[in-house]
Design a protein around this ligand. Structure first.
Ligand code: KIV
Ligand code: ZN
Length: 397
């Protein structure tokens, strides 16, 4: 089965959004977790943006040897020089050059003609290729670019030496069929060139980033750019965990899978939360605190009889801690508080006391309490105080 490569941009597109900035040490910690997750490439930063970011990319490149490292640059020589400099320590590297191609961006933002943009793309990719073995080109705002011109842009980029063509829906405007069709047109124009990997990069302004990315996969795209917890500009980027799980659970339907180590998804999500202090919504797919909590009695009954009744993926598969706690007279509240925190619940003292009372009552009957029981109890107790708890959870630093 075909593999869709996962290009993680948590440390670049994710990090550049308000509330998510990371220092070098935090970027290294996160990059090591991304390596454990087995992403195919890590975009570590945008080196021209600051000296600190250039140094952070260098540090990530030094510390993480098992995954190729990418650095972003506009189609400008001094941007590319900064990116080249930042990638020098990398065991394997990719230069990621971008230029906007929609008429709106060309006219309003860049004050360039279409022809001038083609010249810049050509010359800057050629320049980059002299220094870095692999070059990716992104046509910023591809989703709103005239398709005929976009095809021309792609041809020029490939002839100049780019082997990965990323066509972002920069403003999160596309709908799935349309986004997939754009890739079909470009693929046909390039005669399905086997040397070229097409890449999707979607933003979530209409809540369609994951759906658009999967539509792109159906259209032959074999790289997806995404971020942990879906962080990124405005409404965020496509969420890595949702894409990885969708391509695992529905691989037959989608015709492709990823190399992602699913059991590292929850730890990656938690680490990012810990570093940035920004919690994920409780109902967030895959990694939200309620993603595996079953509330309705009928659902709980079904889950006890057979989890397949209401779960399409088990919490253990995505790395939700699966140890069973032996809670009873001898185990403490601190262990329970830690477990709840691991699960993403931020319980007040009163809520902790109530969860503890119920868990120990259950333990008295059945000796061990499974993580599934704890999730169900915590969900029930914290839900009753939903107002203040939700506020605490979102403001926790
Ligand atoms: O959204 C976008 O267009 C980008 C490019 C720089 C790849 O992030
Ligand atoms: Zn982006």
């Amino acid at each position: 089965m075909d593999v869709v490569r996962i290009f993680d941009t948590t440390l670049r597109d994710g990090e550049q959004s308000p509330g998510f900035s990371m220092n070098t040490e935090e970027k290294i910690r996160m990059a090591k977790q991304l390596a454990a997750l087995n992403v195919d490439i890590i975009e570590a930063g945008f080196p021209i943006s600051s000296k600190g970011d250039l140094e952070a990319v260098q540090a990530v490149a030094k510390e993480v040897r098992s995954v190729p490292i990418a650095a972003l640059a506009r189609a400008k020589k001094h941007d590319i020089d900064a990116a080249i400099e930042s990638l020098k320590p990398a065991a394997s590297s990719r230069l990621h050059i971008f230029l906007a191609t929609s008429d709106l961006h060309l006219q309003v933002k860049l004050n360039m003609t279409r022809e001038q943009a083609l010249e810049a793309i050509e010359s800057m990719i050629r320049y980059g290729r002299q220094h870095v073995g692999e070059v990716e080109f992104s046509a910023e705002d591809a989703g709103r670019t005239d398709i005929g011109y976009l095809c021309q842009v792609c041809k020029v980029a490939v002839e100049a030496g780019a082997t990965i063509l990323n066509l972002p829906d920069t403003v999160g405007y596309a709908v799935p069929e349309e986004y997939g069709e754009m890739f079909r047109r470009v693929r046909a124009y390039l005669d399905d060139d086997p040397k070229v990997t097409l890449s999707a990069h979607c933003h979530d302004d209409l809540g369609l980033a994951v759906a658009n990315s999967l539509a792109a996969v159906r259209a032959g795209v074999r790289q997806i750019e995404c971020t942990i917890n879906g962080i990124g500009e405005r409404a965020g980027n496509a969420s890595l965990e949702e894409i990885a799980v969708a391509l695992a659970v529905r691989k037959e339907n989608l015709g492709a899978k990823t190399n992602i180590e699913l059991s590292q998804l929850f730890p990656a999500s938690r680490l990012l939360t810990e570093i940035t202090g920004a919690q994920v919504a409780p109902n967030k797919a895959v990694v939200g605190a309620n993603a595996f909590a079953h509330e309705a009695g009928i659902h709980q009954d079904g889950i006890i009889k057979n989890p397949l009744t209401y779960e399409i993926i088990s919490p253990e598969t995505v790395g939700v801690p699966s140890r069973s706690l032996v809670l009873g007279k001898h185990s403490g509240r601190n262990a329970l508080r830690t477990t709840l925190k691991d699960l993403g619940y931020d319980a007040s003292d009163a809520e902790l006391a109530e969860v503890y009372r119920r868990v120990t009552a259950l333990a008295d009957q059945s000796k061990t309490v499974s993580m599934r029981n704890i999730v169900a109890i915590a969900h029930e107790v914290l839900r009753r105080g939903a107002g203040p708890v939700a506020a605490e959870a979102t403001s926790a630093a």
